[in-house]
Design a binder for this molecule. Sequence first.
Ligand code: BG6
Length: 470
Amino acid sequence: MHYTNLKPFPRDFLWGASTSAYQVEGAWNEDGKGKSVIDMMDHPEGTAGFTVASDHYHHYKEDIKLFHELGLKAYRFSIAWTRILPEGSGTINEKGLAHYERVIDELLHYGIEPIVTLYHFDLPYALEEKGGWNNRETIDDFANYARILFERFGDKVTHWLTINEQNTLILHPGAVGIPKGGSSPSKKELYTQNHHMLVAQGKAMSLCHELCPHAKIGPALNMTSMYQATSKPADAIAAHNWETLRGWSFLDLAVHGRYNRLLWSYLEENGWTPVIEEGDLLAIQQGQPDFIAINYYSTATIAESRGDSSDVSPRAGDQQIMLGEPGVYRPEENPYVNKTKYGWVIDPVGLRLTLRKVYERYHLPIIITENGIGAPDELTEDGAIHDEYRIDFIQAHLEQIQWALSDGVEVFGYCPWAAMDVVSTHQGYAKRYGFIYVNRGEFDLKDMSRIKKDSFYWYQRVITSNGNER
Ligand code: BG6
């Protein structure tokens, strides 16, 4: 579809940027914070831990001032469950609540809307020791934690996100990591965890509506489109298999409150169906999202399974590099796209397609809560970071958002990953994403000073012109 004139970005479009607690905060054991699964992980050799990260916990005022200078209308961040409830449930740590209150107030002071993720990968370790998401009790622990946040911040936060990338947690658990001494969960366990997370999410969404009638809440999934490798019908089925299992099945549950039939057949065939207790489906159905948040990085290309281990990619454990599964699908190369230095497909047009598909299926407003390029940015002798590849990446994606808007998709915000440099989930600090450079190395913490990258000045112009100047 071509349009002579593209629709402009809406006037109240939420120009934002994102981070998550454990990837920027540091202060991993300060002010009463409990340990999370992330704090207890074996990190791949040569990568930084999350103990200091970008030290945003101590630098939040300086950072938010920079976000203001950048022109952000919204800042999407997550609250660390372990700062609020060090043991995951039980005693509340007032210092943790007070910290986020200061962060939220600082944002509001500058007119930046806080978009708060309840849970971004960092489950309290105390809950993990009791079985984590395998344990049904975690459902009520999550609902209780969500209630605390809604009660405390409900009058200040308008947009809430439930669970960040539940599909990454279930389908690519290796990307997030396994706590020391723990073993990789089986598929049966993962789909049980998935079910418990869905019930927990449903309860949290209902609670949000009950306690904060003016607020809106939605799930944040890692969404993408799957291309079939050839016009062979079996490739089309394989692409549909994986698009459904990786994306639609999660959103169908979050929005429609029902198990996708293809997912259910797949679970039955493998003996992985979760136990559904009385009231579970009702809780999932009653928790209705007001919008859908999507994290978009790349598309993937899929071919028919060969039915043996040759289907499985040697690069396992990465949320954007498809693994392959005998009998289901096999990843294929796409000759029409480029890749980042970390092997992630760069496909801006795929974002337009994904937005169209999500909107067509659910008819809910969409916010993009992650999109960006991880790169080994370099601080050059002139004291700058010339990240023109990041400008090119975001520019191309913004153009496709405008095409999607013109297609009729309701997109109300864009929060690229990331507001500032973060520790990557599993590839260390060298893989940078931010508009703001943090002067630290993988192991050498240097002075942690903040330096505006070229992309900072560029995004600032984009925001000031409401997306017209790119
Ligand atoms: C998303 C996660 O999957 O991708 C973020 O929500 C993550 O937490 C981002 O940082 C980029 O991935 P990575 O693995 O490069 O850090």
